[in-house]
Design a protein around this ligand. Structure first.
Ligand code: TXA
Ligand code: MG
Length: 332
C-alpha cells in the first residue's frame, strides 16, 4: 500500500477499517509519525511489537481524541485532568493508573497507562473515524524499528517498513521530537521524558514545577524505552562536540575517514572543504523540528561519522539534548 494523503476521506475510512480489523496503520502526528493499532485488542498491539522488534514489556502510548475517550483506558486523577485541560490536544502524554483488564498489552502489563491527545488534524481525523467503529484509542509508538531514529516524514516510515504498511501522510512533523511524558499518578507532576514542550512551558501551564523521573515518593520509575541509554540512533556514529573543539575534532575525523564520510551540524560553517554540513538553527524549536530528518538524510548518503555542536545549556534545549545524548550513546 502506498503513502496516502491523511486528509483524504476515503484513505481515512480505509485506515480506520484496517485498524478496527486489528491491522496496523502509520499516521502523522505533530511530534513524530506513529505506528498505530487498536489499543483495546492485545492481538492488534502484538503486531506493533513484532513489526518494530520492540520488547513486549516496553509500554506504548495510547492516543485518544479527548479526555472522555481517555477515561476508557485510565482512571483520571485530579492532576491528570488539569494536564488534559491545559495541554490537550498537544504534545504531552499523561501517565495515570490503568483500568483493570483494559489495554494490557499496550501498557506492557504495567498498572499504569500513558495517554496522549494529538493536535495534528490527520491524527484527529483518524481517531474520529476509529470511534465510528467503537475504537476509542490507538496504541502508537514512533513508527521506526526499535532503538532507531524517529520518523518525521511519511517517506521515513516507508524507508523503515516498506510499502506493505499504510501510511497516512500529514507532511513534515511540526515539533520533530516526541511528546513530553508526565507522570500524573500522584499529586505532583514528574517529567518522565522531556519533549517538544519545555519543562518551563509545562510548569507554567500547570502552575506547578515538574520534578524528575527519579524524584518523589516511593513510586517506581516505569520502563520508558526513550530512557534507555542508547536510542534514536542513526547508522552513523554521532558525537556531541563543544563548539570550541569542533575544528580540532574535524581534523582528526578527516584524517581517519576522509571528507565524504564526515558530516557536521553546527551553527557556523567549519572552514573545511568537502564535508557534509547543515546549519543548526539558533533556537531549540526549529532545531528539534530538523533533528531526526538531518540524521536520516546523512545515513542515506553513506556518512559514517556525524559531529553535532553541543547545544546551549539553556533549559529550552532539554528535549533536543536528551535525544542527542541517546543517539550518541554506545550501542548495546
Ligand atoms: O510523541 C509521541 O509521544 C510519539 C507519537 C507517535 O505520538 N510516540 C512515542 O511513542 O514517542 P514511543 O513508543 O516511541 O514512546 C513511548 C514512551 C516509551 O518510552 C514508553 O516506555 C513510555 O512512553 N510509556 C508508555 N507507557 C508508559 C507508562 N505507563 N509509564 C511510563 N512510561 C510509559
Ligand atoms: Mg520511539
Amino acid at each position: 500500500m502506498p503513502i496516502l494523503s491523511g486528509l483524504d476521506t476515503e484513505a481515512l475510512r480505509h485506515a480506520a477499517r484496517r485498524l478496527a480489523d486489528d491491522g496496523l496503520v502509520a499516521f502523522a502526528t505533530e511530534t513524530v509519525y506513529g505506528l498505530g493499532a487498536r489499543a483495546d485488542h492485545d492481538a492488534a498491539v502484538a503486531g506493533i511489537f513484532s513489526l518494530k522488534g520492540r520488547p513486549v514489556d516496553h509500554p506504548l502510548i495510547v492516543h485518544v481524541l479527548d479526555a472522555p475517550a481517555a477515561a476508557h483506558f485510565g482512571q483520571l486523577t485530579p492532576l491528570s485532568l488539569r494536564l488534559m485541560a491545559n495541554c490537550w490536544p498537544g504534545p504531552v502524554s499523561v501517565v495515570v493508573p490503568r483500568r483493570a483488564g483494559v489495554a494490557t498489552a499496550a501498557a506492557g502489563g504495567l498498572p499504569t497507562v500513558a495517554l496522549r491527545c494529538p493536535a495534528h488534524p490527520v491524527a484527529r481525523e483518524l481517531l474520529r473515524h476509529c470511534q465510528a467503529h467503537g475504537v476509542h484509542g490507538l496504541a502508537a509508538p514512533s513508527a521506526n524499528r526499535f532503538g532507531r531514529t524517529s520518523p518525521t516524514q511519511a517517506s521515513h516510515v516507508r524507508d523503515e517498513f516498506g510499502d506493505a504498511l499504510t501510511v497516512l501522510d500529514g507532511g513534515p512533523c511540526e515539533a520533530g521530537i516526541e511528546s513530553a511524558i508526565v507522570d500524573a499518578t500522584g499529586d505532583r507532576p514528574r517529567l518522565l521524558r522531556p519533549g517538544s514542550w519545555s519543562r518551563e512551558r509545562l510548569a507554567q501551564l500547570l502552575d506547578a514545577p515538574l520534578s524528575d523521573a527519579g524524584a518523589g515518593p516511593a513510586s517506581p520509575v516505569p520502563k520508558v524505552s526513550g530512557s534507555l541509554a542508547s536510542h534514536y540512533a542513526p547508522d552513523a556514529a554521532v558525537h556531541l562536540v563543544a563548539a570550541e573543539h569542533l575544528t580540532q575534532w574535524l581534523a582528526q575525523q578527516l584524517a581517519a575517514h576522509g571528507p565524504s564520510s564526515v558530516a557536521v551540524w553546527s551553527r557556523e560553517r567549519p572552514a573545511v572543504q568537502g564535508i557534509h554540513w547543515r546549519a543548526m538553527p539558533q533556537a531549540a524549536e526549529p532545531a528539534a523540528q530538523q533533528l531526526f530528518a538531518v540524521l536520516r538524510d546523512w545515513d542515506s548518503c553513506g556518512v559514517s561519522i556525524i559531529g553535532v555542536e553541543q547545544p546551549p545549556r539553556d533549559a529550552s534545549w532539554e528535549g533536543v539534548l536528551d535525544r542527542l545524548q541517546r543517539a550518541c550513546a554506545p550501542r548495546p
